[in-house]
Each structure stands twice: as C-alpha cells, then as structure tokens.
Design a protein around this ligand. Structure first.
Ligand code: ASP
Ligand code: MG
Length: 419
C-alpha cells in the first residue's frame, strides 16, 4: 500500500471534537487506499504549560527530565487519536517515540534524528493496521532516555517519517490554509500559493513565515519529500493547500514568490576598526562564542588598502542580529576590546529596524529584481540602511515604523496579488 503521512498541529487537536475532526480526515485517506502514518502535536497550549511547570519546579533543570515532562503532551494526543479512530472502525494504534524506536542524539531539548527503523510499524501494517499514530517532537537517545527535538519539532518528525517510509506526500494540517505570498494580516491582497519550491520555503521559513519549522523544510529538501500545508478546518481534496516541492515541479516561476519580514532585528556598527587580516575573525569569533546569530554583515571599504608596508587603514563593520541578543553582542564586543582583540572608537546599536526580504528562485534568471525593489521603496520614501543578497533573496534593513508599508509596496511592485 502507498504510505501517506498526515501531521496535525496543536490547534488541529486542541480538544476532543477537533481530534474527531482530524480523525475523519484520516479515515478519508484510509478509504482512498493509503496506509497512513499520523504525527500529532500536543493539544495547543499544552507544551507551553509543561515547559512552565518544569521551570517553576527547577529553574536550572536537568534537561533529561525536561524532555520527560515536555514530551508527554504528544503521548496524550497520540493515544486519544488512536482511540477515536478505533471508535470509527479504523484499525489504529499509537506509538511513542521509543516504541518505534525513533533514535536520536542525546542533545536533550534539541535532539537530531539518527535513524527511524521501519520494521515495527511495517509489521503492523502487514498485519492489517491501517493507521500508525506517532507522537511527534520526541525520540529516544542511545542512553535510552526520552529526547525532544526543539519547539515546533513535530513538523520535522513528520518529514522524517515521510522520508523513512517513502511516503507519497507529507500533509501538514494546521490552522492556515497554505503558504501565502506574504502575511495576509499586513497585505489584504496576499494570495495563497499553489506551489512553492523547497529553497523558497526555506528562505521564507527562516525569515519568519512561521508555518513550518525550518528544520522540517531542510529535511524535506534533502530527501525530496513533497510537503503540503493545508487547513484542518476546511474541506480539502488533493489540490488543497500549498505544495512545497522540487523546483522541477514548478512550471514557470515568477522572479519573486513572496515577501517576508522580520520585526525584531537590530543593527550593530563598530566604527573605525583596523583594516587588517584577521579583524573579521576577531569580531565574529567572540560573537559566535556568545551565541549571537549574526545575519547580515557589511564591511565598508577603507580609504586606503591594507598592505604590510602601510598598516593603519581603518574601516567600519555593521552586522544585524535578533534584538534580544543585543546585550550579549554588546558584551562580547566590549570584552573583545578590553582583551585587546579588537579596537573601535564607537559601538552604535540601532534596535529600531526591521528586515524585509523578497524571495524567489526566478531571480536566478530575471534581471532587475534589485532595482525594482529599491525603486518601490524609494517611491514610498523609505530609506534603506543595509542591503544583502543571495542567489534567490534580497534583504534590506529599514526603520521598523515603515515595515508594513514596505511589505505592501513590494507586494504590489512584484504583482504578487495576481496569479
Ligand atoms: N508540541 C511541541 C511544541 O509546541 C512540538 C510541536 O507541536 O511541533 O513546540
Ligand atoms: Mg507548529
């Protein structure tokens, strides 16, 4: 039998009637002839509550016990989903991670998959079981302790099962009906995409479009798992939602597929640093050690080129990072200066910026995307503070108060409201 993976997020299993609604969708796929692997999240809000309980009991908790507690929400929904399916006459049973067993590393709280052996579940399918309901977000370490994969990890569980079982597709049921050209709360005319390429989804996911955990998209791209995002709360058929797939499946790509934004950015500038070999390493090494996720990096050219005979040239270095990491970034730079690793005249932090990006694989073959983006922003008199580009993305930092305006202007400029 062909295998289909269906994943239900927290809002899709938030109470018993929603679990029944999800189970009906599973039954329909069984009726269509699939062996189904259902991956469930905890009921919405449950994981947050469990995390809070751990913190209240033990502020410097043992990460192994954190995982033992926090993984339990998924166990409840897996059992309830299996029971509901049995009540409907569908042969189903639940599986906790260790029963499969979903083998992971022992990095508690952010474990990675080592292997998902098929034998146990395949045997049950061979015996007539139609649905394996698997608790998402969890696994078991080589030391036989329960692990979790990091918040949002059930998406990644689903993709990993789809890869392990050669599933025809991995359907991610959630509370939105697909992936949009941009956030519909900001742009009324945002349009649901029928298809989006893995690379594009990866950029959008890591840029703050919160539909899918970034890791799940990386995994889907690596194993070419066709991923579909669709709503639990609508009638759906084979064409519903958004298919995240290989670019080969997308006939004609527009230059830009979507506009993403990230509100909580900060810009850090080091003024008058020496321009010499090793200076970038001396800045970004300590930042990495301090756990600062540096995103954009811009180094000015200096007024004279470095050469061994004429040392003393200076330049400025600017980088961006998430706003909540600014204190760490500042301390790392001040410590590096105090230790004599780097020198700068001034450290200026602008924490009133947002990042806007246009993303599209079509950019590889369309010229003029950057010019069009900058024109659209200039027409709104929005000043650009930092620019970076990659093969399929152009990002700018702007004042946060213009964020919505910029997203709307770019959505219009690239005609994203039209199919
Ligand atoms: N329940 C976990 C969380 O809230 C995992 C998931 O739902 O994907 O992060
Ligand atoms: Mg999620």
């Amino acid at each position: 039998m062909p295998v289909l993976v269906m994943k239900f997020g927290g809002t899709s299993v938030a109470d018993l009637s929603k679990i029944a609604n999800a189970a009906a969708k599973v039954q329909r796929e069984v009726d269509r002839g699939y062996d189904v692997i259902v991956i469930v999240s905890a009921m919405s809000g449950k994981t947050n509550e469990l995390v809070k309980w751990v913190g209240e009991t033990s502020p410097l908790y043992d990460a192994r016990e954190y995982d033992a507690v926090v993984s339990s929400g998924e166990n409840v929904t897996a059992g309830l989903m299996a029971l509901r399916l049995q009540e409907m006459g569908v042969p189903a049973r639940s599986w906790q991670g260790w029963q499969v067993p979903i083998q992971t590393t022992s990095a508690h709280g952010s474990a990675r998959f080592i292997d998902i052996p098929r034998a146990n579940i395949d045997q049950k399918f061979a015996e007539g079981m139609k649905v394996a309901v698997v608790a998402g977000f969890q696994g078991v370490s080589p030391e036989c302790r329960i692990t979790t994969l990091g918040r949002g990890g059930s998406d990644t569980t689903a993709v990993a099962f789809a890869a392990a079982f050669d599933a025809v597709r991995c359907d991610i049921y959630t509370d939105v009906d697909g992936v949009y050209t941009t956030d519909p709360r900001i742009v009324k005319k945002a349009r649901k995409l029928d298809k989006i390429a893995f690379e594009e989804m990866l950029e959008l996911a890591s840029l703050g479009a919160k539909v899918l955990q970034t890791r799940s998209v990386e995994l889907a791209m690596r194993y070419k798992v066709r991923l579909r995002v669709l709503s639990s709360f609508e009638e759906c058929d084979e064409t519903s939602g958004t298919l995240v797939c290989d670019e080969e499946e997308i006939m004609e790509s527009k230059a830009v597929a979507g506009v993403a934004y990230s509100r909580d950015e900060a810009k850090v500038t080091l003024f008058t640093i020496e321009d010499r070999p090793g200076i970038a390493a001396a800045i970004f090494g300590p930042l990495a050690d301090a756990g600062v996720n540096v995103d954009m990096i811009v180094q000015n050219i200096s007024e004279k080129d470095y050469d061994d005979a004429h040392p003393g040239a200076v330049t400025d270095m600017t980088f961006s990072c998430p706003i909540d990491q600014v204190p760490r970034a500042r301390k790392a730079m001040e410590d590096a200066k105090a230790a004599g690793l780097i020198n700068y005249d001034d450290l200026i932090i602008d924490d009133d910026v947002a990042k806007i990006s246009v993303v599209g694989i079509g950019m590889r073959s369309h010229a003029g995307v950057a010019a069009k983006m900058f024109e659209a922003l200039s027409a709104e008199r929005i000043n650009i503070k930092v620019i970076t580009t990659s093969e399929i993305k152009i990002s700018v930092l702007i004042d946060r108060k213009y964020m919505e305006l910029a997203v709307q202007a770019l959505h219009d400029a690239f005609g994203l409201d039209k199919a």
